[in-house]
Design a protein around this ligand. Structure first.
Ligand SMILES: Cc1cc2nc3c(=O)[nH]c(=O)nc-3n(C[C@H](O)[C@H](O)[C@H](O)COP(=O)(O)OP(=O)(O)OC[C@H]3O[C@@H](n4cnc5c(N)ncnc54)[C@H](O)[C@@H]3O)c2cc1C
Length: 459
């Protein structure tokens, strides 16, 4: 029997139809056409599109734990049609066209994920209900309305971004306070573990072999180093995001940043009458230390918040329910929804995402060495990993398409600083963000100094 330290601690893993135990390791191959390292969304979307377009390829996915063990099986389930770094591209006249191309591709990506779920019979509880960014302080109303206007001037329409006044917003979501919200249409709620495990089943049926409990220690052109020695591969794709430093020589490419989630017990109908979210809209607010929530198909509130970074990029396999970080996120949830008083939090967990130095996704493939990697979604990877996987499949197959022209391609970041600078930088940003948010909640006014410090570091 397989020891259960392959459970990632999430509600999502707990609520699968079958326990997420890894299969027993098979004998590893000597050689494959394409080796993919990591069985999260990035690796599996790459395998999905490659195996669809080039069925003869011998594709192997090597996964250190079990399918979906990483961020893909523990996240907030926002399949969000935008990506990190996009707004600063749109704000820069020189990069605006490139940004608009990514924006359009990301809108389409949400529909593409829904389409694949339907076509492949993956019951990932996909519901495209849009997303609400709620003004929890009165002064945020103006800033959010300005944002909607700004998006209109860039060519987006009322169907994409819409301002809901306080009354409309409160009808959508009974969160307190609620002074109005931006409604963004291009977002779906989903059950991430059902999606990632469902995708694995689909690619397995197509002949892709997924080797679980198979850590890869090093990658070089035409070779991946597995537990039993080298495996030859014409092309190698690394899809390890926040875990990238597990590969030799890749220590400073991604900073593992923690996020923590909780899920309530299933809530009765009368509670949902008050909370709303009838279309299963996802929700958050403009605070700097991000929060995010969704109504699950089985009637729970799943809710999360960003947590931070550990010195030396230390990684915790799982975050237990009784961790103080979980209590912090539970406290935020209860303050926004006092109606939850008396209802239990049944799950608390956490995980980390990969943050590259420039904090935006990229897809990289070097035809001369056959080596590629994708990731760096910085907490917005559920939809973005689908687009990245499609791009990667085209690059690996040497197909030039509209999406291989997107600005993500070849936009590799520089490395993170050595410690202790990395730790000091990450902690300062977190501290400035917390300070600025706290000041705004205390005073009801925009944070001055701490807000500016945060903006200077984060942009
Ligand atoms: C708590 C939390 C909430 C989030 N919420 C959202 C959200 O609501 N919406 C959103 O868009 N994004 C969200 N994200 C981010 C999103 O989950 C990730 O961006 C996305 O899942 C990354 O997918 P991936 O396949 O690139 O990486 P991962 O899912 O992390 O997969 C990497 C895989 O590689 C394996 N691996 C690592 N090292 C090796 C090795 N050496 N050899 C073999 N295998 C290896 C790991 O075990 C893992 O399974 C959240 C993340 C977290 C942690």
């Amino acid at each position: 029997m397989v020891a259960n330290n392959y459970h990632n601690g999430s509600f999502w893993f707990d609520s699968l139809d079958e326990p997420p135990d890894p299969s027993l390791p098979d004998a590893l191959p000597d050689a494959v056409d394409v080796a993919i390292v990591g069985a999260g969304f990035t690796g599996l979307w790459t395998a999905y599109y490659l195996s669809q377009q080039t069925p003869d390829l011998d594709i192997a996915v090597f996964e250190a734990n079990t399918v979906g063990f990483g961020a893909s099986g523990r996240n907030g389930g926002w399949c969000l049609g935008t990506s990190n770094g996009l707004e600063s591209m749109l704000d820069n006249p020189k990069r605006r066209d490139a940004g608009l191309a990514i924006a359009k591709a990301m809108f389409d990506t949400v529909d593409e994920v829904g389409r694949v779920c339907q076509a492949e019979n993956i019951d990932a509880h996909f519901a495209k209900g849009g997303s609400l960014k709620i003004a929890t302080l009165p002064f945020q109303v103006d800033a959010l309305q300005q944002h909607v206007k700004h998006m209109r001037t860039l060519g987006f329409d009322a169907d994409d971004y819409r301002w809901l006044d306080a009354q409309e917003s409160q009808q959508r979501i009974g969160m307190t306070p609620n002074h109005g919200a931006v409604y963004f249409r291009h977002c779906a709620s989903l059950h991430p573990a059902r999606l990632v495990r469902g995708l694995a089943d689909v690619v397995r049926r197509r002949g892709v072999h997924i080797y679980e409990r198979t850590p890869i220690s090093a990658i070089e052109p035409n070779i991946v180093h597995g537990p039993g020695g080298p495996i030859r591969a014409d092309r190698v794709v690394r899809a390890t995001e926040g875990y990238t430093d597990s590969i030799k020589g890749q220590r400073r490419l991604m900073l593992p940043l923690y996020s923590i989630m909780v899920a309530t017990e299933p809530l009765p109908d009368e509670i949902w009458e008050s909370i709303g979210l009838r279309q299963r809209e996802t929700f958050g607010d403009p605070r700097r230390v991000v929060i995010y929530g969704q109504r699950t198909l089985d009637g729970r509130l799943a809710f999360g918040g960003r947590a931070g970074y550990y010195f030396g990029s230390r990684k915790r396999r799982t975050i237990p329910r009784d961790d103080p970080l979980v209590a912090g996120v539970e406290g935020t949830l209860r303050s926004l929804f006092p109606i939850l008083d008396g209802y239990r939090i049944t799950h608390g967990w956490g995980g980390f995402m990969g943050v590259p130095r420039h904090r935006r996704p990229s897809v990289n493939f070097d035809q001369s060495t056959g080596l590629g990697w994708a990731g760096g979604y910085t907490g917005e990877g559920v939809a973005a990993s689908n687009l990245a996987g499609r791009i990667m499949a085209d690059l690996v197959a040497e197909r030039r398409t509209e999406i291989t022209e997107l600005a993500w391609v070849g936009d590799a970041p520089r490395k993170w600083e050595l410690e202790p600078l990395r730790f000091l930088g990450a902690k300062s940003i977190q501290w400035f963000g917390n300070r600025a948010d706290h000041e705004e909640f205390q005073t009801g006014k925009p944070a001055g100094f701490w807000g500016r410090m945060f903006n200077t570091f984060v942009g």
